[in-house]
Design a protein around this ligand. Structure first.
Ligand SMILES: Nc1ncnc2c1ncn2[C@@H]1O[C@H](COP(=O)(O)OP(=O)(O)OP(=O)(O)O)[C@@H](O)[C@H]1O
Length: 334
């Protein structure tokens, strides 16, 4: 691969699915969506699910497949509910888009509204009226992280689709495809690291791969490169940090923490996030080995929540993280 490819192209764009068939890992949802495409008709749709799992890509694919490559851009618009200045801007844009007739033989246009759950419920009521007003020639696809934040009158007017976090296999398959296309080699532990970092978010997985490929354009991409370029601690280091603290070895844990903060340049919030994840993913053997009771695990999660909150409020990272390790190191209160 030429260096210029790595530098100039954004892979999440280059590898954005353009047909429903290319959307990885959402099989059930995609099958249902394909049946609408087959009839070239749509109800209003509500897509809910975490970031980076294919909601926007599916909406764009629907438009491309219904309207065809030559006309989909004229008949499709994407608006973001959160970065516009309120519902009025959204409504004006919708009105302007909706007032011209669909191009070609299409019977309707599609309006994709991302982050619809960022709208207040008053704004959503206004949106609902707008949807009704233009429903003769527009179909709305609303996207949100939590469908529970969408008012009931909108939910009941939409067919609701839940997009899931992508499985490890779906992420891996897509990364293998991109690696082949970019003539890159990724080590086995490199794949594991990308899957760990992505947590089911394909956008994160692809971006992390591109960041690593940028610094190692001609080499095999390993776990170390991936953790370094994404400012993520190796999960084994985090496990070791937790174990050291839980065994009461506070000073050694503090030393390890300082290495993560100052040599690896990780942020306090990221470390707390990874500690939380490591505690949640601890297997029975480790729990037994460390002599942790259910009650103690609950206390640990409780204090992680407290420290996480303090960090978002701007408290000093080093002091808060050391306080967290101190809690871990205190003898089991049982
Ligand atoms: N299921 C998927 N299959 C293949 N690629 C995907 C998938 N999901 C996400 N991607 C990749 O991640 C990028 C972002 O995905 P997309 O915009 O569809 O996410 P989203 O679910 O709409 O997220 P958000 O809620 O943040 O808008 C895509 O351009 C594509 O490169």
């Amino acid at each position: 691969m030429e260096d210029s490819t790595i530098k100039e192209e954004i892979w999440i764009e280059k590898y954005r699915p353009v047909r429903l068939d290319q959307v990885a890992g959402q099989e059930e949802t995609i099958e249902r969506l394909k049946s609408y495409v087959a009839t070239k008709n749509l109800p209003h749709l509500l897509f809910s699910g975490p970031p980076g799992v294919g909601k926007t890509a599916s909406a764009v694919s629907i438009a491309r497949e219904i309207f065809g490559e030559d006309l989909w851009r004229e008949n499709f618009t994407e608006l973001n509910a959160s970065d516009e200045r309120g519902i009025d801007v959204v409504r004006t844009k919708i009105k302007n888009f909706a007032k011209t007739a669909p191009m070609g033989r299409a019977e309707f246009k599609i309006i994709f509204l991302d982050e619809a759950d960022a709208l207040t419920s008053d704004a959503q009521s206004a949106l609902r009226r707008t949807m009704e007003r233009f429903s003769n020639n527009c179909r709305f696809i609303l996207s949100c992280n939590y469908s529970s934040r969408i008012i009931e009158p909108i939910q009941s007017r939409c067919a609701v689709f839940r997009f899931r976090r992508l499985s490890d296999e779906a992420i891996r398959k897509r990364l293998e495809y991109i690696a082949k296309d970019q003539v890159l080699s990724i080590t086995e532990d490199g794949y594991e690291a990308l899957i760990y970092i992505s947590q089911g978010d394909m956008r994160k997985a692809v971006n992390s791969l591109q960041a690593a490929a940028f610094v190692e354009p001609n080499k095999s991409i390993s776990r170390e490169t991936i953790y370094r370029t994404t400012a993520t601690a190796n999960p084994e280091d985090i496990r070791h940090l937790i174990e050291t603290a839980l065994r009461g070895n506070f000073r050694a844990a503090r030393k390890e923490l300082n290495r993560l903060l100052y040599e690896e340049g990780l942020s306090g919030e990221d470390i707390v996030g990874q500690i939380y994840r490591a505690i949640s993913e601890m297997d029975n053997r480790m729990i037994l080995d460390l002599g942790l009771s259910e009650k103690r695990i609950v206390e640990l999660v409780d204090i992680i929540g407290e420290i996480d909150f303090r960090l978002t409020e701007g408290a000093t990272e080093k002091i808060q993280l050391e306080a967290l390790l101190a809690h871990f190191a205190l003898s089991n209160p049982d």
